[in-house]
Design a protein around this ligand. Structure first.
Ligand code: SF4
Ligand code: SF4
Length: 591
């Protein structure tokens, strides 16, 4: 083997160094594969005869990954520290008599590694057999079936049979280890990923190993259940079915799920997620790796945020209600809705109501309140149609803040697109601007309001009689909110997971929300409803699709210059001049 020193960069290779090619030299047929030259912070080695260059400090397992070679492992996870306890990643390294664990062995210059010779394969099969001694083979009911490393590795590296004839060690099954996580101790292989996650990432320290030998068990400390804000991530990192997410248990087999890459809309972080659907229903959300946003993690609230889609009554058809009672008429319950109205009639009525208010009270008697939960496309078309074409002079965006920014991902700002609204020139979300509009409704100065994606009656201090003063209340929303119940015209928009669009997170990163579901009834993306309303105010034949809206934003709004909908891809891209550091962001693995 080459002397490691000889692998440092040189102007010309010394004699007796066949693995270090002269610059530009052609490979010699039949010779050992060449180890490429390296930079000062790099290391070159051979793995299964493939030359690979990695940064100094990388492990053999990471180098193998870079070379496209899978070294199987259970306890290693790139987002947490290395424990080296499962031994599944043992590899043979030239000049080392014993096999070494790839996860904890640093790649060294000139190293020659074998990851799948007979010796390594034999040891792997032994480790599989050892792990399966006490593991119950309840795969037919286990939620992890289809995603379980024990299953996959047994198929690829195991013996396929067991020589164990004794009784397995029994542990507690199906017990609540926390609010949302159920633990089956018999399935646990003691890799300690969940413990390290709680120690290093959530920093909540609820879990530890208790007892010894084959009676070792993972458990929560007395009086401290696994209830941290990121407890679902322990389920993600568990390589087997020992930790399961209660809301997902037995909902669907994972091979039936369709994973759509999207972004969580639970707060201004915009964690990258996979939205898993089956039969047009979201069954779970899991984190998708993005080193610039959320690394490998997401919070429990975000993981369950889709549940509002099914917990709230949906608005599925346009609704047109009778015009308001005449001034001076006694206040009483609103009359029931007229029959559901087709889109054209509802949009005509909405436009007519807004025009009538402007005619009798002037433009200043109109206002609009739109949500920072809307996509960039929705907000842009709202600004164009409501502001430029319908001439509504005031457009306000409520802020939604709750709790505090935490040490990891969670943001106090619970809107996914407040930064996007600001960059579009709509101003930062501000509850006081909304309050001013509602005060003017109370005083009679404002008589017509368009609301998009907000429930005004959920804002503090707003009661239904205030909305009953309006001569025109046009609401675009995805659910039958109390505000929708008071609207003269209510138009059904898509909910989370039902439309394509873009949001900008607090760091200034534009990211794509993707449609994963068919919307119910006649619900449509809000930008399309606004576009059709805009046609009543003279909008030409514009905005055929969400990408076409985004591409116009990129042309007309300087902050988005150079971006295209398609180029955002799965990872998103920083908006020009708006990128913020990862402050209060996800810590890097090992940081
Ligand atoms: S519960 Fe899962 S993650 Fe935790 S030690 Fe057991 S196998 Fe590993
Ligand atoms: S931190 Fe925010 S964006 Fe990330 S998962 Fe939680 S709620 Fe969603």
């Amino acid at each position: 083997m080459s002397d490691p020193q000889s692998l440092q960069p040189r102007l010309s290779p010394p004699p007796h160094q066949p693995n270090v090619p002269a610059p530009g030299a052609a490979p010699v047929p039949g010779a050992a594969p060449a180890i490429p030259p390296t930079g000062p912070d790099e290391v070159a080695l051979l793995i299964d005869d493939r030359p690979v260059v990695v940064r100094k400090g990388a492990t053999v397992l990471q180098a193998a990954e870079k070379a496209g070679i899978l070294v199987p492992h259970y306890c290693y996870h790139p987002g947490i520290s290395i424990a080296g306890n499962c031994r599944m990643c043992l590899v043979e390294i030239e000049k080392m008599p014993k096999l070494q664990i790839g996860c904890a062995t640093a790649a060294a210059p000139g190293m020659v590694v074998r990851t799948s010779n007979d010796r390594v394969k034999g040891v792997r099969a032994g480790i599989q057999e050892f792990l399966l001694i006490n593991h119950p083979l309840d795969c037919p009911i286990c939620d992890q079936a289809g995603e379980c490393r024990l299953q996959s590795y047994e198929k690829d590296y195991g013996r396929g049979f067991s020589r164990f004839a004794e009784e397995k060690v029994h542990f507690p099954k199906r017990y609540d280890i926390g609010r949302s996580v159920l633990f089956d101790a018999e399935r646990c292989i003691k890799c300690t990923r969940c413990i390290r996650f709680c120690d290093e990432v959530s920093k909540s320290h609820e879990l530890a190993l208790f007892s010894r030998g084959d009676h070792t068990i993972v458990g929560a400390f007395p009086g401290r259940p696994l209830d941290n804000l990121y407890s679902g991530c322990t389920v993600d990192v568990c390589p087997v079915g020992a930790l399961t997410w209660k809301p997902f248990r037995f909902k669907a087999r994972v091979w039936f799920l369709k994973n759509v890459p999207s972004v969580c809309a639970g707060c201004a972080r915009g964690c990258n997620v996979n939205v898993a659907t089956f039969r047009n229903r979201i069954h779970r959300m899991t984190p998708r790796v993005n080193a610039d946003v959320n690394d490998y993690w997401m919070c429990d609230a975000g993981r369950q945020s889709y549940e509002t889609l099914y917990a709230r009554p949906r608005l599925e058809q346009p609704i047109v209600r009778p015009l308001p009672a005449l001034p001076g008429a006694p206040e009483g319950p609103r009359p029931p809705a007229e029959a559901d109205s087709p889109w054209d009639g509802a949009l005509d009525r909405a436009a007519a109501l807004l025009r009538e208010v402007a005619r009798t009270g002037g433009r200043d008697s109109l206002a609009a309140i739109v949500s920072a939960r809307l996509s960039l496309e929705d907000l842009y078309v709202a600004k164009r149609v409501l502001g430029d074409l319908a001439g509504i002079p005031r457009l306000a965006i409520p802020s939604h803040e709750e709790g505090e920014d935490d040490h990891l991902l969670i943001r106090r700002d619970k809107t996914p697109n407040g930064r996007g609204a600001e960059l579009l020139g709509l101003g930062a979300p501000s509850s006081s601007r909304v309050r001013e509009i509602l005060d003017d409704v109370a005083s009679g100065r404002v008589k017509g309001v368009v609301v998009v994606g907000e429930d005004l009656l959920a804002l503090p201090g707003i009661a239904p009689p205030l909305l009953d003063r309006l001569e025109a209340l046009v609401v675009i929303d995805w659910w039958k909110s109390p505000t929708v119940e008071r609207a003269h015209v209510a138009l059904p928009s898509c909910g989370y997971g039902e439309f394509d669009g873009t949001v900008v997170n607090f760091q200034g990163r534009a990211q794509r929300l993707r449609a994963a579901l068919r919307p119910p009834g006649e619900a449509d993306p809000a930008w399309r409803i606004l576009r059709d309303l805009g046609r009543r105010f003279g909008l030409a034949n514009e905005y055929a699709s969400a990408p076409s809206v985004f591409d116009e934003i990129a042309v007309k709004v300087p902050a988005f210059a150079g971006l295209t909908f398609r180029a955002l891809g799965d990872a998103g891209a920083p908006v020009s001049g708006a990128a913020a550091p990862r402050s209060a962001g996800a810590p890097r693995a090992g940081a």
